[in-house]
Design a protein around this ligand. Sequence first.
Ligand SMILES: Cc1cc2nc3c(=O)[nH]c(=O)nc-3n(C[C@H](O)[C@H](O)[C@H](O)COP(=O)(O)OP(=O)(O)OC[C@H]3O[C@@H](n4cnc5c(N)ncnc54)[C@H](O)[C@@H]3O)c2cc1C
Length: 618
Amino acid sequence: MNHYHRFDCIIVGAGGSGLMAALESSRRVGTAVVSKLYPPRSHTGAAQGGIAAALANLEEDSWENHAYDTIKGGDFLVDQTAAEILCREAVEGIYELEHMGLPFDRTAAGRISQRRFGGHTRPNPKYDPNAAPGTDAAKPRIPVMRSCHSADRTGHMILQTLYQQCIKQGVTFFDEFHMVDLILEDGECRGIVAIEIATGQLHVFHAKSVLLATGGFGRIFKVSSNAYALTGDGPAIAYRHGLPLEDMEFYQFHPTGIYKLGILLSEACRGDGGIMFNKDGERFMERYAPNLKDLASRDVCSRSIYQEVRAGRGINGKDYVYLDIRAETMNKYKSSPLHPGQDVDSAWVEKRLPDIIEFARTYLGVDPIREPMPIQPTAHYAMGGLPTDVEGRVLRDVSGTPVPGLYSAGESACVSVHGANRLGTNSLVDLVVYGRRAGRAMADYAAARSFAPLPSHPETKAREQIDALLSRPRTEPWAKIRDEMQVTMMENCGVFRTEETLTKARDEIAALKARYRQLGIQDKGSVFNTNLLEVLELGNLLETAEATVAAALARRESRGAHSREDFPDRNDHDFFKHSLVYSHNENQTSVVYKDVDVIYVEKHGERVPKYPLEVRKY
Ligand SMILES: Cc1cc2nc3c(=O)[nH]c(=O)nc-3n(C[C@H](O)[C@H](O)[C@H](O)COP(=O)(O)OP(=O)(O)OC[C@H]3O[C@@H](n4cnc5c(N)ncnc54)[C@H](O)[C@@H]3O)c2cc1C
């Protein structure tokens, strides 16, 4: 073994969750970060709108409000202890980032500025249950400013800050190393195998604990806000090793992607007062979510857009609507956070949303200061992923047995704090809180034991897989398989699904997997063979697509982002449970269910749920 490395902790992924974990674990034990991208290119850097924490800098707020919103936002399929930890530890997490030097925007009083985001609320102090419907006093909850931000470049600032801290602390980085396999021996994780992209050589990383922080897999869909590198490598590799994936049927479509391109226009647009309109110039969200309107949760907004389009009210009869962030519109509807009291002007909008405005000008040729922007829902965020506990330990079954030495955090993990639908700004905070917890736990684990021996040739499986791709003659173009997968996932496993569409998607994915197994690639070289890497990534996308469809077929109800038109209601009796999908050989999958963690409290001498199930309305 020429290329052999040994570290107590190996962290795969240099996004917010991986770097947060690395900062934590490297304080105590030897830590290396392996990343297929140069770290600041990770998708965390593309996050725009903000990071949630109930700092109450501008309005009254509490972590309990945040926890309630998170649980309701997830259509109650949220593990409640995990959500409480998230919202409580969010507050110190933000101050920690501030002390590292993260340049948050400031309020006039010099505190961290906060903005509104969908589904983030507080109790209405003026609430009167007898008030006339539609009046302000009739609203039990009102939007709250909870999202801390640096203009619309929050993720960029977080990633740069964490990367600087890691460098300062002497974390070892293996940049442009692409993990191709996990080393699992005797049921425990002992390291990973990665390709060095520059040379094509395989490297073995021997570790006491490994963290998978490889991000999402939004590239399974045709219209997506996700970067090209988001191919679900961590979850897919674990799934091939027989580990389950949790809640894969819940995939979030963000309501406001640039029409056809999918590039994200942050929810901060609506948080700051932007409004969606149909072809009749109607603010249609008033009909679907009379209380929070454009600030309803993402699943609700995305479905509403589709319903408008189906009813023929898309712009020009097409499949898009408008997002309007013009100052005059905000003033007319009094929708900006400065209302009531103060009108806004274009300079205010430009200062709050500089990147979004630039994106629209560049990619759409539309100047949002003067005109509304054409938007449609775009695949955005995986609520599902590797099942973990609140210490980031990856779990192998419904009873919560951990896989010793294997951890996950960030979008590749499912803790689950997002349940059936994540609230905006809750991912970045998930990275910080659970990245740190996982880093701490994996360091504790590593500090307490010595290195377990590796199997004799841990890279053999990866070597065979790569050799097969290189030695087979070139068959069809790999991108054809990818495109067909993206189309079937978008059409048959998108915002709305039925038994029929999902069955079609399942069969098509199975056929694509069969074609994939025959693939040979064109580039047979070893230096920067991006062709090889893309084909390996496509294999991972196909696995996550398969798991997504299997879980979606099995869940015969509608909840959060999972909308079954043939089962339009939420069915708590049968499906108030997390799904776990397992892969068996070839195209066989199985789905089992595990209980949701519910917190109980004493009330009038009785044990009752702290967050009782309710009908979810906004
Ligand atoms: C456009 C956009 C805007 C967003 N805005 C917000 C927002 O305002 N607020 C919010 O809360 N959330 C937002 N999100 C969601 C949030 O940014 C992501 O969920 C989060 O950043 C994911 O972080 P991560 O650490 O899990 O992974 P990522 O940041 O995606 O990083 C993944 C890392 O894994 C590495 N990796 C992957 N596969 C391999 C492999 N095989 N071998 C080696 N390394 C590998 C990559 O190199 C990379 O370093 C946004 C997402 C997008 C796409």
